[in-house]
Ligand binder design. Sequence first.
Ligand SMILES: [Zn+2]
Length: 42
Amino acid sequence: MKNVVEFFRSLPKKKCHTCGNDMNEQADCYGNLCDECDHPAR
Ligand SMILES: [Zn+2]
């Protein structure tokens, strides 16, 4: 299991293409926008 952890640690942090904020891993389904920029109410 240690290899899996190191694999994810080696991945570059995903950044929002609009504001450049760091994105959570769970934001993958949102494409390249963070929660702020992808919020439908904004
Ligand atoms: Zn953003």
